[in-house]
Design a protein around this ligand. Structure first.
Ligand code: ADA
Length: 570
């Protein structure tokens, strides 16, 4: 399942999800043996899935091969992969189609003149990290391997719409909008063709014109902005979505958008010109039984649990989440922070200085901004998490990524999660200042929080950054579900975690310049067994629910506090 709605009524598409033939290749000899031609035997696995959830493969990190036969009537086909973890190479009937690096982004190959009949698609997946990987080997989550999201085949007839990024500006009073589109088209025929291209937003036609494209070529079209006099806004309590249909004579692409304005000024965050406090959790798109191949049913359950907690926002720590999840947030009026997996501790300066890594990070931002552009729920782009901000190279990276997203990422707030906020050299590139801090768990007692809050207030004023709202993007404590203590000072107890979160939430809520928080974290997550992070049970246990979504005591503490804050607001 790709989206919560049909992206095409005209275009014929079929899923290649289901059973595939699968084998591990621990010596990485598959290419020499000709596996790319489909000449291997193996077990059956379902796609999408992560191989580490198969029996015996929990800790397998390496190369695997997948094979799937399918029938087509032929023509120009587009093979679309939503997520291959981490490096994927693809062959059709032994012919190399190409490769993609990066676990959390879609990619595709367009193949003209495919003959009618049976074909074989082969995918080589390599999950191993190198010095040039994003993320690096050292991360505080389990880096699953596999084809973790769906695979599709789309049949291209004539001129097709590959992408449609809807760009708009709202009028000052937010009642109307100037709407235009950046479209990418592809001519699936081998000869030059023309078509009428038409784009509608709801019932408003915003573009209609004839376009001509050479055979098997791409064309980008940017339309002029058209004024829509009356629009309903995408609000948290009424998230109105508009269906956008881009249509040619032979093809279509359907998406949804919402009209909203997000701003950060005068130390506050404003949604549609109303100030909001962000009440959120950090959530990994992960489950011990599914890995990153997270099923929609469980996504909905996670969202229900988060809404029940009184939250209005989720940070997709630490990578772009599946589009279905973001569709659900669009529909339910929940704000989302999306980021790429440049994760702190794993990135020493020699890695961050490597131009291959810098370019990979930029490419991940390009992909995120393009594929998620139309989602109204995404209000924050995170450029990196906890990298050491006093490396000379960090400033350059922060500048590069934030400038890219500011120019190409639509109306969103840009930030990075700062673990060293008092020595951070990149705060000036942010729209909101986001701080990860674990006082009361790592480094210092709980009362150190008050000291920090005063110190940072002085600091931001000294830097001239005091008009920017501050959000505490990570804080928390580990708790082993079921471990209780009469003493709230006993670490790892549910009581200790609940108390720490209560202390923090109350402090953040009453501090004027702090405009929100994201608890670390929604639920426990699996981590690498060999990590030197001291993770009991090989899990990061800071969830306010356990990994099977059973609540710890802190879940109810947080719920109670959020409800109180909401009441105060009204
Ligand atoms: C960091 C990091 C998280 C997690 C957390 C922790 O802030 O961003 O991914 O590792 O620490 O639990 O220590």
């Amino acid at each position: 399942m790709k989206r919560l709605f049909n992206e095409h009524i005209i275009r014929k598409t079929f899923e290649l999800s289901g059973t595939w033939c699968f084998t591990t290749d621990p010596q990485d000899v598959g290419k020499e043996k000709g596996y790319q031609n489909g000449s291997f035997e193996g077990q059956t696995v379902t796609v999408p899935s992560c191989w580490n959830t198969e029996l015996g493969l929990l800790n397998y990190d390496g190369v695997c091969w997948y094979k799937r036969d399918f029938y087509t009537e032929g023509g120009t086909l587009r093979f679309l992969f939503e997520s291959v973890m981490t490096y994927g190479e693809v062959w059709l009937d032994g012919n190399y189609l190409g490769s993609h690096y990066g676990a959390f982004s879609q990619f595709d190959f367009i193949v003209p003149n495919v003959e009618c009949g049976e074909h074989t698609l082969v995918v080589r997946v390599d999950s191993r990290a190198t010095k040039e990987s994003i993320p690096q080997k050292k991360v505080d989550w389990f880096n699953y391997g596999g084809i973790a999201r769906d695979v599709y085949v789309e049949v291209f007839k004539g001129i097709c719409v590959l992408y449609n990024l809807v760009k708009y500006n709202l009028t000052e009073d937010l009642s109307g909008a100037y709407v235009g589109c950046d479209l990418e088209l592809y001519n699936g025929n081998s000869t030059k063709c023309s078509t009428l291209l038409c784009v509608c937003v709801g019932e408003h036609k915003v573009f209609e014109k004839e376009v001509t494209i050479d055979g098997n070529s791409t064309l980008c079209v940017s339309t002029d902005k058209v004024f829509i006099e009356k629009v309903s806004l995408w609000e948290l309590d009424s998230p109105v979505l508009y269906t956008v249909v881009a249509k040619t004579d032979t093809d279509d692409l359907i998406d949804k958008i919402g009209f909203r304005l997000i701003e950060a000024k005068d130390t506050k965050i404003w949604l549609n010109k109303k100030s909001i406090e962000l009440r959120g959790v950090n959530r990994h798109d992960e489950h011990p039984d599914w890995g990153f191949a997270f099923p929609p049913k469980l996504m909905k359950k996670d969202i229900d649990l988060i809404v029940n907690l009184g939250c209005n926002t989720i940070r997709g720590a630490h990578y772009p989440n599946s589009k279905i999840f973001v569709d659900m947030l669009d529909e339910r009026g929940i704000l989302f922070w999306s980021e790429i997996p440049i994760w702190g501790g794993g990135f020493p300066d020699d890695v961050l200085e490597n131009p291959v890594v810098v370019e990979r990070g930029l490419e991940m931002h390009r992909e995120m901004a393009k594929y998620y552009y139309n989602h109204p729920s995404i209000i924050i782009w995170g450029i990196h998490n906890e990298i050491y901000t006093l490396y000379p190279c960090t400033r350059g990276i922060s500048k590069l990524y934030s400038e890219y997203l500011r120019a190409n990422g639509g109306n969103r707030l840009i930030t990075h999660a700062a673990a060293f906020p008092l020595e951070d050299d990149s705060l000036e590139f942010d729209d909101i200042i986001c701080i990860n801090m674990y006082k009361g768990w790592y480094g210092g007692g709980l009362d150190q929080w008050d000291k920090f809050v005063c110190e940072f207030d002085q600091h931001r004023k000294k830097l001239g950054q005091d008009k920017k709202p501050v959000v505490i993007s990570e804080f928390g404590a580990g708790a082993l579900a079921g471990f209780h203590s009469h003493f709230d000072t006993v670490r790892w107890s549910e009581e200790y975690q609940a108390d720490l979160l209560k202390y923090c939430l109350e402090l953040f809520h009453k501090t004027d310049y702090i405009q929100g928080y994201y608890i670390w974290q929604f639920c426990n997550i699996r981590t690498w067994p060999e990590m030197d992070l001291n993770r009991v049970r090989c899990f990061n246990n800071k969830g306010i629910l356990d990994e099977y979504r059973n609540p710890k005591a802190s879940y109810f503490t947080v719920k109670e506090l959020n409800e109180r804050f909401i009441q105060e607001e009204n």
